[in-house]
Design a protein around this ligand. Structure first.
Ligand code: GLN
Length: 292
């Protein structure tokens, strides 16, 4: 690490010198603090400790780890991959490059599902493309009476999701599969944050550290949403809801697809930035009956 200290000071640099070095390199102050806390093996929220003890010397392990964490962050790796964890809907999840880095915007989908299911006892819920398990685990924690089935096509993703479930002590059934193909039974709610970015979207370059299979979905980004819409009606209980996350400019297209698939009360919800980020609808009792 390039930190100036005189030869008369053989000890490791102080924490504040390491932070100043990272910021000179181009890291945001908060990220530099979080990476330093991680390198020191301290809780990531312990910034008060860091500020109070910034005259402490770096430990040898932190001195070895911190510079490479900073370089990787500057090369675009998500913070969650570097620290190995991410908070989502009040849960601390283990996260790595096997799964999409869960975004706070996806909490909108969780909150919407919880609202719609508030009056339903022991709801059956399916989470499609669960990744780290974020949505399924947040729902399981908020609704201990719910039965959660979480599906993903990726075995490595499911292994991480399953270990998140075990560590958090939350009962979710994990299953490898192709959306709802071969899944028995019907659900009160089907929720999904599927891949939805157009295959040629230049934004994908910024997401190159995350699994492409969790991000890209055909020419217009809607291939997987179309597949889910083709399968979901036959897997919903009468009055059940399908809620989908989608891209910032896809709300109208997804609402049209929902309507064309026979859903009613079709509507969208805004994310934290005020963008219509999820759309959903309910299967009318009559239509669901006809499909029995
Ligand atoms: N919201 C993410 C992004 O655009 C993409 C997540 C997804 O494709 N499901 O950065």
């Amino acid at each position: 690490m390039i930190v100036n200290h005189s030869p008369a000071e053989p000890h490791e640099p102080e924490l504040r010198a390491a932070l100043a070095w990272a910021q000179r390199l181009g890291l945001a102050r908060l990220e530099a603090q979080m990476l330093l806390l991680h390198a020191l093996g301290r809780p990531l929220h312990d910034r008060a400790w860091l500020i109070a003890h910034d005259d402490h010397p770096l430990t040898a392990e932190a001195a070895a780890l911190f510079p490479s964490l900073c370089q990787r962050r500057l090369a675009g790796e998500p913070m969650a991959y570097l620290t190995g964890r991410k908070e989502f809907h009040g849960l601390e999840l283990a996260i790595d490059a096997r799964v999409l880095d869960p975004r706070p915007d996806t909490e909108t989908l969780v909150d919407w599902a919880l609202e719609l299911l508030a009056g339903t006892r022991a709801p059956r819920i399916a989470d499609l493309g669960t990744g780290s398990g974020a949505i399924a685990l947040a729902l399981a924690r908020a609704r201990p009476d719910a039965q959660l089935l979480a599906i993903d096509a990726s075995a490595p993703a499911l292994a991480l999701a399953r270990s998140n479930g075990q560590r958090l002590g939350l009962p979710v059934q994990w299953q490898q599969g192709d959306w709802l193909a071969g899944v028995p039974g019907r659900f009160h709610a089907i929720v999904s944050n599927p891949p939805y970015i157009a295959a040629d979207d230049p934004h994908l370059a910024a997401l190159r550290h995350e699994p492409l299979s969790a991000l890209a979905s055909g020419a217009d980004g809607l291939d997987d949403i179309r597949r889910i819409l083709a399968q979901a009606p036959a897997h919903l209980l009468p009055g059940g809801w399908l809620l989908l996350e989608h891209g910032w400019n896809q709300a109208e297209a997804v609402r049209q697809l929902l309507q064309a698939a026979g859903f009613s009360a079709v509507q969208s919800r805004l994310d934290l930035a005020g963008i219509a980020r999820c759309s959903g609808g309910t299967m009318p009792e009559k239509a669901a009956d006809e499909m029995k």
